[in-house]
Design a binder for this molecule. Structure first.
Ligand code: HAM
Length: 424
């Protein structure tokens, strides 16, 4: 069958996707837990939406963008419905808002896989995960500042320092339409340089602005700027956003050529870039306002703003900066069983019910092998169940870091270990 993988590839994760196993998955959990905690402190609630939607939901957000026109995984289901795997989170959140009409401001956060059929490379995958936050129903520039502070502080709390916040305003759709014509005329004057890309420029001239092509840079630097075409309201809003960021001591760089990859953006747009990753993949997160999207999906006028941040890229930046190391020990206690009875099973159960993380070896392995498994598990304590101790009603507990060994009454060892492993 055309397109079907040969036997060698069939049992490998598809191109551009990957499995995440422990201990790397422990880092994921830690990252998500920290984001969830921060989002809670900022007053955001978790939202879960389906992994696929009616394809129109996404066509709405970017007909002229690569993500939607070239990279989307679209399919027909068995009932003949035209569906698409989610390429990004905002459209789904707005669809859910229009469907359920929760009271505004609606402040939500999410963790979700997204699918884009891109050319895979380090930091660019066909399935990637985003942590995101959205606020629907607020026009106030203070909320733009809040959303950026949420993401900025999250990255700082992880220990990332080589991160820059780039800020721009896309203005309102009317002033942007005027600017589009001015820019297109300018690009026409440089059609020779643009070559085949002129066709793409006709479709979406703003996207040309954030091209990384070295030979275009002087032409792009001299291009007319959207900032010079902002309407009065957009300009005032943008100034308030900048004042808010300054008040919070969040450094930012104005970036007139920051053009984000979806059609829905209005006014504030931003991106957090890491200096530690190749330029083509250096955005750890980005977002902006999408004041018209809810209306376009049949909802009431709902000015809104949010961001998405790629987990894989944040972890690449953490690797480069030595931040968020993989957590060490997975268990506190390892039970070494020389009895071969049910006692080990019962002791492990008692400990786990008390909140102590513990493990064991299986299959009647030698004492030596079990002690070495205890070391490998990174346990703090090894607890030995052996005939002589069992007869005396005690267990031998060894502190695996100091090597010190003590005897503890079997009836008391559960509480004893709970008290020494810092669990309630
Ligand atoms: P985006 O810039 O397309 O925005 O994606 C957000 C983040 O997801 C990027 O900054 C990057 O870290 C990560 N990302 C995107 N594509 C990939 C990929 N192929 N592989 C790995 N990581 C990737 C959005 O998706 C908007 N929904 C953000 C938003 C929310 N705007 C307003 N609200």
């Amino acid at each position: 069958m055309p397109g079907s993988p040969d036997a060698r590839d069939a049992y490998r994760a598809p191109l551009g996707t990957h499995d995440v196993l422990a201990p790397e998955s422990d880092r994921w959990q830690e990252l998500v837990a920290r984001f969830a905690d921060r989002a809670r402190r900022f007053g955001y609630g978790l939202v879960l939406t389906p992994i696929f939607e009616h394809a129109e939901v996404f066509h709405r957000v970017g007909e002229s963008t690569d993500v939607v026109s070239k990279e989307m995984y679209e399919f027909e289901d068995r009932g003949g419905r035209h569906l698409a795997l989610r390429p990004e989170g905002t459209a789904s959140v707005v669809r859910a808002f229009v469907q359920h009409r929760p009271p505004v401001p609606w402040k939500c956060w999410y963790l979700a896989p997204n699918f884009r059929a891109e050319r895979p490379q380090k930091g660019r995958y066909r399935q990637h995960y985003q942590l995101g936050a959205e606020v629907l129903g607020v026009d106030d520039p203070d909320v733009d500042v809040e959303v950026m502070a949420l993401l900025w502080g999250f990255l700082r709390e992880l220990g990332l320092t080589r991160v820059r916040l780039l800020l721009n305003s896309m203005g309102d759709p009317e002033s942007r339409a005027q600017y589009r014509e001015v820019l297109l005329a300018y690009l026409h004057d440089h059609a020779g340089l643009l070559g085949d890309e002129m066709a793409r420029a006709e479709l979406n001239p703003l996207r040309i602005l954030d091209s990384k092509r070295a030979d275009w840079q002087p032409m792009l630097d001299a291009a007319p700027r959207l900032g010079d075409h902002l309407g009065d309201d957009s300009r005032a809003h943008f100034e308030r956003v900048q004042a808010g960021l300054r008040a919070l001591d969040i450094p930012f760089e104005l970036s007139a050529r920051l053009v984000r990859g979806f059609d829905y953006y209005t006014r504030t747009t931003f991106e957090l870039q890491s200096d530690t990753i190749d330029a083509a993949q250096n955005a750890l997160g980005g977002g902006g306002r999408y004041d018209r999207l809810a209306e376009e999906m049949g909802g009431p006028p709902t000015p809104s703003i949010g961001f998405g941040a790629g987990i894989e890229r944040i972890l690449l930046a953490c690797d480069a900066e030595g931040a968020l190391p993989a957590p060490g020990a997975r268990v506190d206690v390892f039970v070494v069983d020389l009895l071969g009875t049910e006692d080990a099973t019962v002791l492990l159960h008692e400990l786990r019910e008390r909140g102590v993380a513990c493990d064991r070896a299986y299959g009647g392995r030698s004492g030596k092998k079990q002690w070495s498994a205890a070391d490998k598990a990174g346990a703090t304590f090894g607890v030995m169940l052996a005939p002589r101790e069992a007869d005396a009603g005690v267990v031998a507990v060894k502190d695996l870091r100091s090597g010190e060994q003590v005897e503890v009454k079997r009836a008391e060892v559960g509480d004893w270990l709970r008290d020494r492993t810092g669990h309630e």
